[in-house]
Design a protein around this ligand. Structure first.
Ligand SMILES: [Zn+2]
Ligand SMILES: [Zn+2]
Length: 312
């Protein structure tokens, strides 16, 4: 029986994937084409890229970011956009060094210039070291690393003179972050999740998330079907914090209610947009210490570095 089923789109090939929330059953080429079309639609829907943009793609070496690199390579070449791969070496022994090999391999293959920046160079320590020192601090590895990595990406993008940073956050990441912010009670942060692009302010670099409407599972399948080599090992610090509990909870829900993650995503988009409009008047300031954009007098990076220094 199963062998007689044909792809919903082309009606010719055998399906390799059932998109449960839409009911479509897609063959390999219709599936990969649908992913490209979706990303293209996301980019134009949220006005993510402009003609002639210099796009710094944040690439970690995992499946999401290497998929983003290959998809933007396909989509952006036509728009005269210049692409760069930027990577952050946090200093996680036996993990990031391995991942960066995949980044080099793919950027060389696609002929995209590749630039790596390290915590050691920027902050004078590796993540491994900072985490050894933090014994007395009540902070998760991801919270510490996230703040420092964001700044590292900004600096890497500045160094290649990019006009925009593209990150590989997917739909799953987006709704997890939305729920984490909701649970933290900091509602202004919900507004920061709004992906609609606004004209660039003169001292913040634009950030875009072209994979934001894709399920993580579909990105994994795309990478598999397109034979994209990536690092499969998870970050050794990944399971700290509330994110993994929320990820499991959402995946369990999706198993019983196909499409519920997409419904949460749509609600989250709507709410984050409302909050952004609401908090628009709180204009961005500059950190009095480092001069980077900040919502408070001292930015979160300077606060974090001070905290780490004190516990060293
Ligand atoms: Zn097909
Ligand atoms: Zn600062």
């Amino acid at each position: 029986m199963l062998s007689n089923i044909k792809c919903t789109k082309c009606g010719i090939n055998k399906p390799v994937y059932k998109r449960i929330y839409s009911g479509e059953q897609l063959c390999s080429s219709c599936f990969t084409l649908s992913i490209l079309k979706k990303v293209k639609r996301t980019i134009s829907r949220f006005k993510m890229l402009e003609h002639g943009d210099k796009v710094a793609i944040a690439v970690s070496g995992g499946k999401d970011s290497l998929t983003l690199l290959t998809i933007l390579d396909k989509l952006c070449r036509k728009h005269a956009s210049q692409l760069y791969a930027i990577s952050v070496d946090e200093g996680i022994e036996g993990y990031r060094d391995e991942a960066l090999k995949y980044v080099n391999q793919m950027s060389n293959k696609l002929n995209i210039p590749n630039f790596t920046i390290s915590y050691r160079e920027l902050y004078g320590f590796t993540l491994d070291e900072a985490l050894r020192w933090r014994k007395n601090l009540n902070i998760t590895a991801c919270a510490l690393c996230g703040v420092l990595r964001r700044r590292a990406l900004d600096i890497a993008a500045e160094r290649v003179k990019a006009s925009v940073i593209a990150t590989a956050h997917n739909l799953d990441d987006y709704i997890q972050t939305f729920i984490i912010n909701l649970l933290s009670g900091d509602l202004e942060r919900l507004g920061w999740l709004d992906p609609y692009n606004e004209p660039q302010s003169n001292f913040t670099i634009r950030r875009v998330k072209p994979l934001i409407e894709l399920y993580e599972q579909e990105i994994a399948l795309y990478a598999y079907l397109k034979d994209i080599p990536f690092q499969e090992m998870r970050c050794p610090y990944r399971d700290e914090g509330i994110r993994s509990k929320i990820r499991n909870f959402l995946n369990d829900l999706e198993k019983e209610h196909a499409g519920i993650k997409y419904i949460i995503f749509k609600s989250a988009l709507n709410i984050s947009h409302q909050f952004r409009v609401l908090h628009k008047k709180n204009s961005i300031k500059r950190c009095i210490n480092c001069g980077y954009p900040s919502s408070s007098q001292i930015c979160s990076v300077c606060q974090m570095l001070e905290l780490i220094k004190r516990n060293r």
